[in-house]
Structures are given as C-alpha cells and as structure tokens.
Design a protein around this ligand. Structure first.
Ligand code: AMP
Length: 113
C-alpha cells in the first residue's frame, strides 16, 4: 500500500536491517529499539492491524508467531523474550501495518506500561 512505511520497507524503498525474509513474512530490526534485541515481524501483505484480520488470515498469523520464535532462536534469546502486538491508538500502535514486536535481551516487567 503506497504511503505505508512498512510496505515501503518491504519494497526496498526505505532501508532496514532485515533478519528474515520469505514470500509472506519479513522481520527487521526496530529503528528505535526498546530492548537489546528488538525486531518487528510483519506480513508482506498490507493488513492495518489485528483488528482488521479475517478468519482467512489464521495461517498467516500462525506464520508470524512461528517466524518470531525462529528469529528469537537465531538471536539466541535463550533466557526468554516477549512478543507484543499493539492494536489501535490506545495501545500505542503508531504504524498501521500489522507487526509483532520481538523484544529480548533484558528482564521484562509486568504489567507492561
Ligand atoms: P507500534 O508503535 O506498535 O506501531 O510500533 C511501530 C514500531 O515501528 C516502533 O517500535 C518504531 O520504533 C518502529 N519503526 C518506525 N519506523 C521505523 C523504520 N523506518 N524502521 C524500523 N522500525 C521503525
């Protein structure tokens, strides 16, 4: 989708450090990391948020989580990691292209802010 920041990263129009790429999913390092490891896992097809997911996207959602786990393993986050999907403005979503945050490399607190 033209004008979508993450679609432009997928298209190679905006640089990013890509750590995983397949036809349906890519993962790249967050530009403003909130943990020593902070990677975004996103579908290559534009879906604005989790609120826009359809039943037909179930397999794709599974892929996002599976890839996040594989990337966590590749990043050696053996002590643990957290996956976050901010959905909507009140949750802090700022980029409206569905993404899973993979955060690791430090102790996480609960409840999150
Ligand atoms: P959210 O606030 O959940 O929508 O997360 C959006 C994330 O995208 C934030 O963690 C930003 O730091 C990250 N971000 C914004 N622009 C870029 C960019 N050009 N490359 C990589 N990450 C970005």
């Amino acid at each position: 989708m033209s004008g979508c920041l993450f679609c432009r990263i997928i298209a190679g129009e905006i640089p990013a450090t890509i750590v995983y790429r397949s036809d349906d999913v890519i993962a790249f390092r967050d530009a403003h990391p909130q943990a020593p490891t902070h990677i975004l896992v996103i579908p290559t097809r534009h879906i604005a948020s989790l609120a826009d997911v359809q039943a037909s996207d179930t397999a794709l959602l599974g892929r996002l989580i599976t890839v996040a786990g594989q990337v966590a393993q590749a990043e050696k986050l053996n002590a643990g990691y957290r996956l976050v999907v901010n959905t909507g403005t009140q949750a802090g979503q700022s980029v409206f292209h569905l993404h899973v945050h993979l955060l690791g490399g430090r102790a996480m607190h609960w409840p999150p802010g």
